[in-house]
Design a protein around this ligand. Structure first.
Ligand SMILES: [Zn+2]
Length: 167
């Protein structure tokens, strides 16, 4: 997000020189800098043996399945977002949440934080906001996710990690 007006008082922001960041939008009245920040968002591959949890959300991609994702909320860590989103969208509880890398999604100005999490307990109880949820064999996941570039990258990374774990 690029700030043009002060989110606190509404005044137009000026540029203030910050020694390591260059010009930063600044409000004189509030004496505050508003750094340009992408919105943090999590995407998670939930693993149960040789299966991964995939969603179908036609409003995002017509013909592809996607991983579980969601915006990091105020007052929560990215790991807490992972736990909350998986539970809210699918009814599944996860454990061993690990961060495995990030991607910047330019057209949406998102910082995508990628996680892997292990199934702990629960049956699939789909949220009303989700069209369809299912466990898919990890080996077959990529073929079903063609439109989802971030998800494809995440699953490839997860497959790599799981392979190295076993060997
Ligand atoms: Zn202000």
């Amino acid at each position: 997000m690029k700030f043009k007006y002060c989110p606190l008082c509404g005044d137009e922001l000026e540029q203030k020189y910050s020694y390591d960041e260059g010009g930063v939008p600044y409000c004189k009245k509030d004496d505050k800098m508003f750094f340009d920040t992408p919105r943090p968002c999590i995407v998670v591959g939930v693993i149960k043996n040789d299966e991964i949890l995939l969603l179908k959300q036609s409003y995002i991609f017509k013909d592809s399945k996607v991983l579980i994702s969601g915006y990091v909320g105020q007052n929560e860590s990215a790991e807490e977002t992972v736990y909350r989103e998986v539970l809210e969208e699918t009814g599944i509880k996860v454990k061993n949440i690990s961060y495995i890398g990030s991607d910047y999604v330019k057209d949406k100005d998102l910082l995508m934080l990628t996680f892997i999490a292990i199934y702990k307990e629960g049956e699939i109880i789909k949220s009303d906001e989700v069209e369809h949820v299912e466990w898919c064999k990890i080996d077959c996941a990529l073929a079903q996710m063609k439109e989802d570039l971030v998800g494809t990258k995440a699953v490839s990374k997860i497959m790599e990690i799981l392979k190295n774990d076993i060997n």
